[in-house]
Design a protein around this ligand. Structure first.
Ligand SMILES: Nc1ncnc2c1ncn2[C@@H]1O[C@H](COP(=O)(O)OP(=O)(O)O)[C@@H](O)[C@H]1O
Ligand SMILES: [Mg+2]
Length: 479
């Protein structure tokens, strides 16, 4: 039998033998009780055989068998019939048609012989007793046969059997419930382990340190071995991507510099056109290489060595925004910064300023890239409260991203603008990685009062930051 649940299997193996035990106890009990009842009946029959024989002798066979039988019925609640034969088997008194033991059976004088038979359609217990009498009316060897039904005995046995059976079933059921509770408790380390594994972020490949009973420890040990191997191989891959993109940057920078030089010295228009194309591609490629390198550094492995320092988000965001104002003016876009009015308001976070600059830079680059001229872009810092850390927002009134594509937008190499604008589709992926590395929650929302996109990054309180950064990556809000 295959049961796909450890709990059910254990239960079956506990309750099954319990039922078996109960059944065998019941059978044994029935057997002994039936024997005991039979013995009692046999003794009664033997006593009856002796006394009826004596009566027969004293009354010369005139005893009214029907009275005797009614009297017996009164006392025993069973139908009792008898038949006495005199020497040579001659009829003396009683029911002549009573069943008798096998002819071949030799009855020993004075020893009652018990047998089973059927009389008047009912199974009966019967006795035959041979004894020597010597009386004026009767002299010689007489035999008495008595049959008695065992209705009441059977009924009683049946009742006891049913009641005991019910009692056993109740005991087994209670045992089953207790076993179920016990099994659930016993298996709780498995549940704990499952929760611990579920709560893991996919990036977290540290060994599982859950305290587990010996039986599960083996499995956990094996799993940890696998995790370590996986961690090593992912690290190697990440290092490869970082190295490769790093190696690519030098020749790409050279290519860019050389094509710029050639462009300056180009004489013909068609040369210039070609060189401009080469330069643009070289720029895209080197930006891509740079972004790949950043992503590789932000990957779980790199994150472990990420230096986090206490940082004033308000001052930091204001400074970075300032650096982008020039480009905004050139594009005729209104780029502004909103910080908390209260100078006491805390916007401290535990962060890595190089990474945060990259993150905000990517968000501003997107906003400036995808918003038409005369748009409004706002960078906002909302101070921390007692419950949560500060929030950084970048809001624009550009085309926005449809709700159903927002989760997808933060994936690597996902772009919605095709070839119209340059870009790699890595910008928001980097934003997400930086947020995760800081234990911050990233959300893409609608701008509340204007169309466009609102990107919000909710930082943990500095006290929770270390913890939060090692917790599962906050899921991007999905519609
Ligand atoms: N502020 C924004 N307004 C409208 N669309 C945006 C905005 N930011 C990002 N997007 C969309 O999300 C896509 C992914 O952005 P990103 O990951 O930065 O890649 P890239 O900018 O290289 O295309 C972009 O192609 C763009 O279509
Ligand atoms: Mg971008």
């Amino acid at each position: 039998m295959f049961l796909n649940s450890l709990r059910l299997r254990l239960l079956v193996w506990l309750v099954g033998p319990g039922l078996l035990l109960a059944a065998s106890l019941l059978a044994t009990k029935y057997y002994y009780m039936r024997n005991a009842a039979e013995q009692v009946q046999d003794r009664l029959l033997a006593a009856l055989a002796v006394s009826i024989t004596n009566y027969t002798v004293t009354t010369g066979g005139d005893l009214l068998s029907r009275d005797m039988e009614m009297l017996l019925h009164e006392f025993t609640h069973e139908d009792t019939y008898y038949h006495v034969t005199g020497p040579d088997g001659a009829y003396v008194t009683g029911h002549a048609d009573l069943p008798r033991p096998d002819k071949s059976r030799v009855l020993e004088p004075g020893t009652p012989f018990f047998y089973e038979s059927v009389y008047l359609g009912e199974t009966v217990r019967a006795v035959a007793l041979r004894s020597f009498v010597s009386a004026p009316y009767l002299e010689g060897w007489t035999t008495i046969y008595i049959t008695q039904t065992r209705r009441e005995r059977q009924e009683l046995l049946g009742t006891i059997l049913v009641n005991t059976g019910i009692a056993f079933l109740i005991v087994v059921a209670i045992g089953g419930i207790l076993a179920w509770i016990g099994i659930t408790r016993g298996l709780s380390p498995l549940e704990d382990l499952r929760t611990a594994i579920r709560r893991r972020s996919p990036d977290d490949l540290r060994p599982i340190e859950e305290q587990t009973p010996a039986e599960i420890a083996e499995v956990v040990h094996a799993l940890n071995g696998l995790l370590t191997k996986l961690d090593r191989s992912i690290t190697a891959n990440q290092r490869f991507i970082a190295d490769a993109s790093h190696q690519l940057r030098t020749p790409l920078a050279a290519l860019q510099a050389e094509s710029e030089w050639a462009l300056r010295h180009a004489r013909h228009d068609h040369e210039r056109e070609t060189l401009e194309g080469i330069l643009s591609h070289a720029r895209t490629a080197s930006r891509l290489a740079g972004q790949l390198l950043k992503l590789a550094r932000l990957a779980p492995e790199g994150r472990k060595t990420l230096d986090l320092a206490s940082l004033d988000l308000k001052a930091f965001a204001a400074e970075v925004t300032g650096e982008w104002v020039g480009r905004a003016i050139r594009q005729d876009i209104d780029l502004g910064f909103e910080g908390p009015d209260d100078p006491q308001a805390s916007a401290m976070v535990l962060g890595n300023c190089v990474m945060l600059r990259e993150m905000l830079g990517n968000l501003l680059d997107n906003a400036l890239r995808y918003c038409p001229s005369q748009s409004i872009i706002t960078v906002r810092v909302i101070p921390a409260t007692a419950r949560r850390g500060p929030v950084l927002e970048v809001q624009d009134n550009g085309p926005g991203i449809p709700v159903n594509r927002r989760a997808e937008a933060v994936e690597r190499f996902v772009r919605f603008n095709g070839e119209e604008t340059e870009g790699s589709g890595l910008g928001l992926a980097i934003v997400k990685e930086v947020a995760v590395a800081h234990g911050a929650g990233l959300e893409l929302k609608d701008s509340p009062d204007r169309q466009g996109l609102l990107v919000s990054i909710a930082f943990p309180r500095p006290a929770d930051a270390r913890l939060a950064a090692s917790l599962p990556s906050p899921e991007l809000a999905r519609p």
